[in-house]
Design a protein around this ligand. Structure first.
Ligand code: BGC
Length: 749
């Protein structure tokens, strides 16, 4: 009896399993037949160019299908942005339907500024790379490439085929809450670093992106602010950074920003989108709006916006109707859709469909460590306090900054979730809110204990002044960990370290002259205590392997080689704006970002960028203000000598000799600057090239740096184009923007 019940059950189970299998087979057959059908379609011919393929498939599409490529379908983890298809979006920031019958895949879009966002909420894992500003301070284009490729592999493993990384806004305003997401204050450096990053990211078959186009240079009032700037200044600064990056990477998408530029919103600005990006630069990819940055249908479409995100308020049914009514020409719809299709073919996501897999955690830690080791900047090293000699050091005090448990990271839509949750909170919650202060479980204390096994390495939180001073006093060396959190949606009130950390550093330095400060920051900080400490090490937001990289630098296993990608001023009084212009009362609550909901209001909030061309070091030089640490500055444990500069006007290149005159191997970032002929009216140097050179002790190399005509040219508003002025260009070569031991003249005919 029992036997027969059992066999009956088996039969029932078996037939259920057979049923499921049969349905699965039918599904596989259906999918393969669509795939097989599509495999023979002319646009699947990989020997055709992406343009040709896009044109072929576009011809087959209905108007509805074209419009479906031009808007988002919500954002899974944002309650205010839900749509019928949001639940199939893979948990990213955005989702765009594909055209299945024609083999065009959906876009699964994720934020990924320094790693894939929202891994916690999605139950996944992502590597945090050092922040973009940190990586830019390595000046290492190969490292930038590895950075991008690693993020792309993790995006694909998580099921995404499009990134929202690639921040390239210039650091005009160092209190900008997103400074850590960008690559510093110089257009050549920022454009080249982000361009290489995105080239390699897209090379792994994800649709690339560059953002936030353009002049989204502060977060205060970002949804309403009208940024006023001359055409020439815009072209030679922020636009130049984008142009250099876009030429290097040809990203599938460029994200237009929240702010207004000279009156028009960035996502309906015909000058920046239609005339410059698509016209002058011949950009072939699509313009994607920042999240909720679309303000119109006809105006935005005509100006060059191709895709609204994350919803469909203007580019969904309204665009369809406008096209049917003839208010938006069909040619415009075709152009928008063709651009999205081009990006899909060009990036390879059609031919290499995304497949989920296990993130390669170990290689992530490895790449993050190598890049961080090159990004760390040694700012002060009095009496060669660093490196610490493991054979001699007996006691180390590690003080403050939660250095017993971890290191801080940058917030907002860039946030990467740490494994196990926030290191300063009870373990558990993996998902994070976008304005939480998140600490990665990368404990400098543990890393230092491992690196100095024969020393007594003790921690003090810095909470109790007398206990802190007592520990500092009895130790051979005191290392204070200071931090300054930054995030999207909010600017810093000042560049001072928050939470009385300046006072803590002063107390420690008073107790022990051998004090070293480690800065975990996302932008510059002021240092009223600078004369009282022996060492300062800037590690930025250091990523998943920050603690290991830092320990290697402190112990001298790695020789520091990073150079500042932005100026550190002595005080806010030296900035072009001593304070960020305050938001008018009526705009309060409108300006801070996504989580405050839609913010479409008429506003009078204006920022005049009268500093114009003088961004960063150019400002300090022309205003004769001495910074605390200049752009391009960074020390090493060895020394270098520069000699024998030759400037070749015909070849537009400069060469010089560089020698490692110390006892350790090292890498020097040798920088080439130029001043333009007087007719240019630019009383400051510009970075025109650099090279990162590795040298053994005593080794000497001849270094040749090509000088790009583009970064020597000026934008002529009269002729609405670029001019390389004839005349004498002074060339300056050296280890930083303010230390240029070599100079010569380069004649341009
Ligand atoms: C940010 C973008 C981001 C988008 C999607 C916006 O708040 O400005 O950088 O890609 O949200 O999360």
């Amino acid at each position: 009896m029992q036997e027969s019940m059992h066999s009956k059950n088996l039969t029932r189970n078996q037939s259920w399993i057979l049923g499921v299998l049969a349905r699965l087979l039918i599904l596989i057959a259906a999918v393969s037949s669509v795939m097989a059908q599509n495999a023979n379609q002319p646009w699947m011919n990989t020997s055709l160019s992406p343009e040709e393929r896009a044109a072929l498939v576009l011809k087959e599409m209905t108007l509805e299908e074209k419009v479906s490529l031009l808007h988002g379908n919500g954002m899974e983890h944002a309650p205010q942005w839900q749509m019928p298809l949001t639940h199939i979006s893979n948990g990213g920031a955005g989702y765009v339907e594909g055209v299945k019958r024609l083999g065009i895949p959906p876009l699964f879009i994720s934020d990924a500024a320094y790693g894939v966002r929202d891994s916690g909420a999605n139950g996944r894992y992502a590597t945090a790379m050092p922040s973009s500003l940190g990586a830019a301070s390595s000046w290492d284009t190969q490292g930038a490439c590895e950075y991008g490729a690693l993020i792309a592999r993790e995006l694909r493993a998580q099921g995404f085929n499009m990134t929202l990384g690639g921040g390239v806004n210039l650091t005009r305003e160092p209190r900008n809450g997103r400074t850590f997401e960008y690559a510093g204050e110089d257009p050549l450096l920022a454009g080249t670093m982000v361009g290489n990053l995105m080239k390699c990211e897209q090379g792994e078959h994800v649709v690339g992106d560059m953002k936030h186009y353009v002049l989204n240079d502060q977060e205060t009032g970002r949804n309403v602010v009208n940024a006023i700037i001359s055409k020439r200044a815009l072209q030679e600064t922020d636009l130049l950074a984008f142009h250099i990056g876009i030429q290097l990477a040809n990203p599938g998408a460029v994200m237009c920003s929240y702010n207004r530029i000279n009156g028009d919103y960035a996502c309906e600005n015909s000058y920046t989108l239609r005339d410059v990006l698509k016209g002058e630069w011949g950009y072939k990819g699509f313009v994607i709006s920042d999240w909720d940055a679309t303000h119109s249908t006809e105006k935005a479409s005509a100006a060059g916006l191709d895709q609204e995100q994350p919803m469909a308020g203007y580019f969904g049914p309204a665009l369809l109707q406008a096209a049917k009514d003839g208010k938006v020409p069909m040619a415009e719809i075709d152009d928008h859709a063709r651009r999205v299709l081009y990006a899909e073919f060009m990036s390879g996501i059609v031919d290499h469909p995304v497949e989920k897999g296990v993130v390669d955690v170990l290689s992530g830690l490895d790449v993050a460590q190598r890049i961080e080791e090159k990004s760390i900047v040694l700012l002060k090293n009095e009496k060669e306090i660093l490196p610490l000699n493991p054979a001699k050091i007996k006691t180390i005090a590690v003080i403050g900054g939660h250095a017993d448990v971890g290191m801080i990271s940058g917030g907002g839509s860039a946030q990467v979730d740490p494994p196990g949750g926030n290191a300063i909170m009870p373990p558990g919650k993996g998902a994070t809110h976008w304005q939480d202060h998140i600490w990665f479980p990368t404990s400098p204390l543990k890393a230092l204990r491992a690196k100095f096994p024969n020393a007594k390495v003790e921690f003090d939180s810095g909470q109790d002044a007398s206990a802190t001073a007592a520990l500092a006093k009895k130790s051979d060396v005191a290392i204070v960990f200071a931090h300054q959190w930054l995030a999207e949606g909010v600017d810093l009130p000042s560049l001072s370290l928050p939470d009385d950390q300046d006072a803590l550093i002063e107390q420690v330095a008073a107790a022990n002259p051998n004090t070293i400060v480690v800065l975990e920051t996302g932008t510059a900080v002021t240092m009223p205590w600078i004369a009282k400490v022996r060492g300062v090490v800037e590690v930025w937001f250091a990523g998943s392997s920050g603690h290991t990289a830092l320990a290697n630098i402190l112990a001298g296993d790695v020789n520091p080689s990073g150079k500042l990608a932005m100026t550190f001023p002595k005080s806010e009084a030296d900035l072009p704006y001593p304070v960020i212009p305050p938001l008018p009362k009526e705009d309060e609550g409108q300006g801070t970002g996504v989580e405050n909901g839609p913010t479409h209001v008429a506003s009078k909030y204006t920022v005049h960028y009268d500093d114009g061309l003088k961004v960063g070091y150019k400002w300090y030089e022309s205003e004769h203000k001495e910074p605390l640490f200049p752009f391009g500055f960074g020390l090493s444990y060895t020394t270098y000598a520069y000699s024998n500069l030759k400037a070749d006007g015909a070849q537009r290149s400069v060469s010089f000799a560089l020698k490692n005159t110390g006892k350790r191997a090292g890498a020097e970032v040798a920088q080439v600057y130029a001043t333009l002929p007087e007719a240019a009216g630019e009383p400051f140097k510009r970075l025109v090239g650099w090279q990162r050179i590795e040298l053994a002790p005593g080794e000497s190399k001849t270094v040749t740096v090509p000088v790009d005509a583009r970064v020597m040219s000026i934008f002529d508003e009269q002729k609405n184009g670029w001019s390389l002025l004839p005349g004498a260009y002074r060339i300056f070569v050296g280890p930083s923007s303010s230390q240029t031991p070599l100079n010569a003249t380069l004649q341009v005919q």
